[in-house]
Every structure is written in structure tokens, then in C-alpha cells.
Design a protein around this ligand. Structure first.
Ligand code: M6R
Length: 616
């Protein structure tokens, strides 16, 4: 939520700041701005409501000149998405400019205090107090030291922040700090860079440094970066990592949108994830950092996640309980955080599932679980993310950058990662033999080709999408793991097409949602060939009897469903029922995308949303 970039060096700052913001736009896209400082100390900024494309047009005519600068793309929290609320925000003297990702919880008290001291404000944001606090510090106790002034100002803040700060009195100096919101920095021959995540940095470096909470980094035009910790001690060896994908992975390639690209990348993502995972002694998951004995002792697992990752958790629960026979709870992080009565055993393991590794609710819940004495293990896509750094072990799904706000390839890759964990546990606690583990693993290896087959049938989704034209509501149904596919399909549809989609386990439909159904009402039924097939078929009959138009996801050769339903999205036969959720969902991802495109929406940047939800 909100993207922050910064640069100081030998080049003009504006071009890279704008490119960087474009790359970070998935973090928020309701307004954007940049501010640069020239070597002679002139600040020049451009900002506006709307997308980075609009900012580019404004910047082209304003031509801000300066080799040091900051930029921001916003997801509004305090104040509407307007020109005046767009970042950067300035202090009262117009010398200090700040970009901020996060929420300042005590901004009202600070604002009142600053106003009483004569400061005036130009926006409705929580952020604007920050440049004013820096100004107070620079005019007082931190005179002549921008980094110290930023530290002093940050000491007054409550909440979360990643900040980029420039000042007309210190041309060529960029100061950054963070608490709770992500921020990485990098040094290159052309200068030093900062960004909310590695995405914009991949075009200039493959090596990034991580800041810890409360670290203050001073970036200089010669590319040097000085980091001080909360106690103002120099950080000699900051943690760092290499970006493990090529900058081209964050580009659209030949696709018309990132969502189409990411849906299409699922087979390769699964291949990467599985490569080298089956060893002589079973599933190789060294990242777990748990011995076989420790794994065998686990008597309860709590999965914590949000949104699409929560749906992964529901499927993971089935796999872990079926294969490892360990009971699993799946909790929405935002709910778990306020459940004061949650009970753990002496051997409860916490598994957080988070694509970004930065979801604020998930991070808080993981910290709470650790506080309750549990080992925390993360399944995530983003190397060096906060969830991974704070966990006892992290399994990277290696799906490559996921840029479309609607999560697709991370869903299936996280699901398969959780299956690997389930097999590892099952072998460790003796619920499965090595031969059984190997058999399952070889079945997983068939997934990429099964996915390719579903992808080749996208014309079926395109055709079915027409059934949603002019509709305002829909119902998604399925049983057992297919209920989860229904939840995920409905989430995808409402997220990007703004069409109401209710998802229910099929058997629950008669307890209420059936009253929604009338002539022409679209129902999506996930009804693969499994032990509950005939039960779901009966539910489809109930929908049809009331005039519904049914789009079914069914297994090749299912004549019964073919005869009943108006549209069928066909999936190939699978060697294991637990592979079905990973392929049937692909139809629903593509269906949602076609419906949204039919309606003329930007599928990558749906309204009101942001890719990485870094506020609670
Ligand atoms: O990065 P995370 O997996 O923690 O994100 C969790 C949700 O915010 C995310 O899955 C969201 O629901 C997606 N936009 C759904 O497509």
C-alpha cells in the first residue's frame, strides 16, 4: 500500500523515479508525485491525483531538474485521493519533502501540537506532520544533520512508516527510515537507490540492502549508504540479498496485462517449485530448520493468512490432515489478532501464508503466535520479505514477481508448497512411508502439464464470460476442497469485475442463498469427478429448477454435467483429488479476467485495492 522510491546520484532523478513508480504502481494507484532537489538546492515537485501515466505527462511539461529525489504512488488512507493529498508533502518553509508508506496513528495529536506552535497544513493526510517535525528538529536539536532530524521526528511517531526525505539545504542527500513498512536500498556506480520493494531496483542492481525497523539510512550521490540503528550506532554489515529473477520478469512481455501473464506462468512456477525437492530421504525442506523429531512432535498447526492466501490455507488444511493426520486451524489474520481466547498446545506450529510477505495483519498475527511460544514458518513469494525474515523458517515459492493485484500464480504455487510441507510432516511423524511420499511427489510433477491443458482451453472461459454480461450478482458453489475453489473464484470475480459473487459450500445453499436464484441468475458450480460429485450435481439441479444459468467446472467425460449445464469449463482427469483445486481454479481465474475485460475494467489495478496490504 503506497510505493516509495528515492534516488541520489550522477543522473537526473526524475526519469528513474517515474519508471520506479510505474513498476511499484501495483502497491497503490490513486495519486502519485515526485520531488527533486537540484545541486544548487532548488526543490521542484509535481504531483497529481490519478495514475503514474498522468504524473508522467505533468512531469514532461514541468521538467523537474535535480539529481536527488523521491517519489510516491498512493493508496489513500487519510484524505481523499486528490492533488493536494498526493505525496510528497512539504514542511511549512518548503525546504523539506517527504514520501511515506504506512499510517501515523498519533498524527492528530502531533498536528494539534504543531499547529499550536504556528505550523500550518496543506493536506488532510497523516503524513504531513512528518516534514513539520523534521523542520522542528532541524531548526533545533538536530541542526545541520538531516539524518538525525529524521530520527528525532520518527521518535515522535506511532504507527508504521517507510520514509524518503530530501531537503533543499542538503542537496544530494536522501534519508530513509522505516518501521513496520518495507524499504530496501541499493548502491550502484550511478548513485544510491531506495524503494518499497525490489521491483524497481531490479533494473539497476541485483543486490539490495535491507533496513531494520528504526534504522536510518543516509544515501549520497557517490552511491555510498550509511546506516545507523535506533541507538545511533553505525550498522556495519546490514543484511542483504540478491534478487533471484531477471528485470524482464517484472515486464509484461507480449501479454496485454500482468494478470494474463501470471495466469499463464503457473506451469513453470510449479516446475521451479518442485525442482530438486525430492531427495533420497523424502521431501527436501531444509528451510524448515526443524529436525525430524521436532516435526514429528507437532500436534497442531495454525495457518494464518488473508484473502487468496487464506484460501490456500483451507486447501492446505485438507492436505495436512489427510496425509500427516495433524489437526489444522485456518485463521484470518485480521480476526486472529483480536481473538483473545485462542488456545495452543506445547507443540503447535504456526504457518503463515503470504505472497508478499508484507501483509500487516499476517505479520501481527505471526508475532502474536511467536509470543505464545510457537515456531513460525512462512510460505511466501518474496525473498527477504518481513514475514520471511521474522519466521523461524521460510519456504519460497519462487513464482517470480506477481504484479497484478489479483493473485493467481501465487495461489497455486503456495498450495503446492503446502503439499510439500504436508508430505514432509507425514514422513516425519510416520503417517506415510517414503514410497507413498514419492508416489505423491511424482503425481505433483504431472501438474504443470495438466495446467497447460487447462490454459489451452481458455476459449471455454471466454465463451462462459458472456453469461455474466449485464448481471449484477452470481453464486459460486462447490463441496470440500472444491468449495475453496468456489471461494477463490468468487473472490477473483468480485475483485476485478466488481460483480457481486457469493461463494458457498453447495450443501449450504439451501439454507439461505438459494433465495437469490431467479431466471437467468449465473451460478458457477465446481463439480469435478470425486466422491461428492453426485451431491453437487443435485445442488446444480436445484439451481436449474429455479431458472439459474449454470457454468460448471467438470472433469472430461462427465456426460451428466454436460447435458445439464449451459456452459462447462472442462478439466482433465487428475491422478489425485488434491491436484484438482490447482487446475480447476485456473478456469475461474480466466473467467474472472474475461468478465472484467468485457466490462472494460483494468484487470491489473482494480479500484480501491492494492497488491500489498501493509496497513491493518
Ligand atoms: O500478500 P498476501 O498473500 O499476504 O496478500 C493477502 C491478500 O491481500 C491477497 O491475497 C488478496 O486477497 C488478493 N488481492 C486476492 O487476489
Amino acid at each position: 500500500m503506497c510505493g516509495v522510491v528515492g534516488y541520489t546520484g550522477i543522473n537526473q532523478a526524475a526519469p528513474w523515479l517515474l519508471d520506479g513508480l510505474q513498476t511499484l504502481e501495483y502497491r497503490g494507484y490513486d495519486s502519485a508525485g515526485i520531488q527533486v532537489v537540484s545541486p544548487s538546492g532548488n526543490l521542484h515537485g509535481v504531483k497529481c491525483a490519478g495514475r503514474v501515466a498522468t504524473l508522467r505527462e505533468r512531469a514532461a511539461s514541468a521538467n523537474p531538474v535535480g539529481t536527488c529525489g523521491i517519489g510516491h504512488t498512493r493508496w489513500a488512507t487519510h484524505g481523499a485521493p486528490t492533488d493536494r493529498n498526493a505525496h510528497p508533502h512539504l514542511d511549512g518553509t518548503g525546504r523539506i519533502a517527504v514520501v511515506h508508506n504506512g499510517i501515523i496513528e498519533n498524527f492528530q495529536e502531533l498536528r494539534r501540537e504543531l499547529m499550536a506552535a504556528g505550523h500550518t497544513f496543506a493536506s488532510d493526510t497523516d503524513t504531513e506532520v512528518i516534514p513539520h517535525l523534521i523542520q522542528e528538529a532541524l531548526d533545533g536539536p538536530a541542526k545541520g544533520d538531516l539524518a538525525l532530524a529524521v530520527r528525532n521526528a520518527a521518535d515522535r511517531l506511532e504507527g508504521s512508516w517507510a520514509l524518503g526525505v530530501i531537503c533543499a539545504d542538503f542537496p544530494g542527500t536522501l534519508v530513509c527510515t522505516r518501521n513496520g513498512s518495507p524499504l530496501v536500498v541499493a548502491t550502484t556506480e550511478d548513485g544510491a537507490y531506495a524503494a518499497s520493494d525490489v521491483m524497481p531496483l531490479a533494473s539497476v542492481t541485483s543486490h539490495v540492502l535491507q533496513l531494520n525497523d528504526y534504522d536510518v539510512a543516509t544515501l549520497r550521490a557517490d552511491g555510498s549508504i550509511e546506516i545507523r540503528d535506533r541507538n545511533w550506532r553505525p550498522v556495519e554489515s546490514p543484511s542483504s540479498f540478491d534478487i533471484d529473477w531477471d528485470a524482464s520478469a517484472a515486464k509484461m512481455g507480449g501479454y496485454s496485462d500482468f494478470m494474463a501473464k501470471e495466469i499463464g506462468e503457473q506451469p513453470e512456477a510449479i516446475e521451479r517449485l518442485l525442482a530438486g525437492r525430492l531427495g533420497e530421504h523424502g521431501i527436501e525442506l531444509d528451510e524448515l530448520s526443524l529436525s525430524r523429531e521436532e516435526l514429528a512432535a507437532i500436534d497442531k498447526i495454525v495457518i494464518i493468512a488473508c484473502g487468496t492466501s487464506y484460501h490456500v490455507g483451507l486447501v492446505a488444511k485438507t492436505a495436512i490432515e489427510r496425509w500427516a493426520k495433524v489437526p489444522v486451524d485456518v485463521e484470518y489474520a485480521s480476526e486472529f489478532n483480536y481473538n483473545e481466547d485462542y488456545l495452543v498446545t506445547d507443540h503447535t506450529m504456526c504457518l503463515v501464508i503470504t505472497q508478499s510477505g508484507e501483509t500487516a495483519d499476517t505479520l501481527s498475527a505471526a508475532r502474536r503466535m511467536r509470543g505464545m511460544g510457537c515456531n513460525v514458518f512462512a510460505i511466501t513469494n518474496v525473498l527477504g520479505s518481513t514475514a520471511a525474515r521474522e519466521a523461524d523458517g521460510a519456504l519460497y515459492i519462487q513464482a517470480g514477481p506477481e504484479i497484478a493485484v489479483a493473485s493467481t500464480k501465487a495461489y497455486t504455487a503456495q498450495m503446492v508448497a503446502s503439499y510439500l510441507l504436508a508430505l514432509r510432516l507425514a514422513l516425519a511423524n510416520g503417517k506415510m512411508t517414503l514410497a507413498e511420499v514419492q508416489k505423491h511427489f511424482h503425481e505433483f510433477e504431472q501438474l504443470p502439464d495438466l495446467m497447460r491443458e487447462v490454459l489451452s482451453r481458455r476459449w471455454q472461459d471466454k465463451q462462459a464470460a458472456a453469461r455474466f454480461r449485464d448481471k449484477t450478482s452470481s453464486l459460486f458453489l462447490g463441496r470440500n476442497v472444491s468449495a475453496t475453489t468456489a471461494y477463490e473464484g468468487a473472490l477473483k470475480l468480485k475483485e476485478i469485475s466488481y460483480l457481486h459473487a457469493e461463494a458457498y459450500p453447495s450443501g449450504e445453499m439451501k439454507h439461505g442463498p438459494i433465495s437469490l436464484i431467479e431466471s437467468g441468475f449465473p451460478v458457477v458450480a465446481v463439480v469435478p469427478a470425486d466422491h461428492v460429485h453426485d451431491k453437487t450435481v443435485s445442488n446444480i439441479q436445484e439451481c436449474l429448477a429455479r431458472g439459474a444459468v449454470v457454468v460448471a467446472v467438470a472433469t472430461d467425460g462427465d456426460e451428466k454435467v454436460a447435458k445439464m449445464c449451459q456452459e462447462v469449463l472442462w478439466i482433465p482427469q487428475c491422478p489425485d483429488q488434491l491436484l484438482v483445486p490447482a487446475i480447476s481454479v485456473i478456469h475461474l481465474q480466466m473467467l474472472a479476467r474475461y468478465v472484467a475485460r468485457d466490462r472494460g475494467y483494468d484487470v491489473d489495478k482494480p479500484r480501491n485495492l492494492a497488491k500489498s496490504v501493509t496497513v491493518e
